[in-house]
Design a protein around this ligand. Sequence first.
Ligand SMILES: [Zn+2]
Length: 302
Amino acid sequence: MNARAIFLSVTLLTLPAVLLRPALADSQDSVKLFISVDLEGISGVGSPLMTSTGGKDYEIARQYMTREVNSVVAAILERISGADILVNDSHGDHQNLLHGELDPRVSYIQGSIKPLGMVQGLDSSFDGAIFVGYHAKAGDPDGFLAHTGSGSVKGLWLNGVEVGEGGMNAAFAGSLGIPVILVSGDSAATAELGQLLGSETVTTKTAETPSSARLIHPDVVNGMLQEATQVALDRLGNNDFDPLDLGSPVEIRMRFASTTHVDVLQSIPGMSKIDGFTIRYVARSMDEAYRLIRLMYRFVSA
Ligand SMILES: [Zn+2]
């Protein structure tokens, strides 16, 4: 035992136990994870009514949604007890999760008036992002309730890459150097995002038609989520994920359902019209692109 070791052992023996805890903490305790939660891709949700406030069994869908987040959170904290987890409600009016039943160890963002929508709260201090309950991009014939942002959007391309909500959110995370480590949702969503991002995936259902689904029981899905979270954390520890970095500037091309939408958007300086249904805009950064896209589909109606 050298002099430093002797000093340390004496110091450790004399310090109160409470002071020892930070020194003995697992190095992964500083891990920070962001969870964005949509509703269409949650297990047990197999009809459009379940995803809309006041619809039949919407209250049950909220319970399933909360439980899936809790499964992921439990798996994270079982592994990394001091992980810092932020959950962002990301469906409809962003007021869906049952806060009283949500794991109390997470921070939770509720409400939809936020410029960064589904990625509100995500900044460069995070180590990884997780998307729970996601759906495929607009127009995917194999998707359950597939759409991008709102029904008014028929297609979205960022620097030539066609993306839906998952891809757009991943590009925002990627611009901050953050990888998406886990995605859950219907089979079209996990195929789309697994391929684009290389994330771990959990498939919760398969679309029977665009608005009906062949469901996997929530108990089964919650088990799969816990296992996939463990694998995702292993891979994160091994630096086995690449953030989706589309570079800057970011060329936005967005195709709408109506020509009126495109005409109204011409009021935004720098906006150009490619054809009757499609606009083009070059944003300086992904942050600027994200805010503008959200504004265009959510707060401009035509
Ligand atoms: Zn949604």
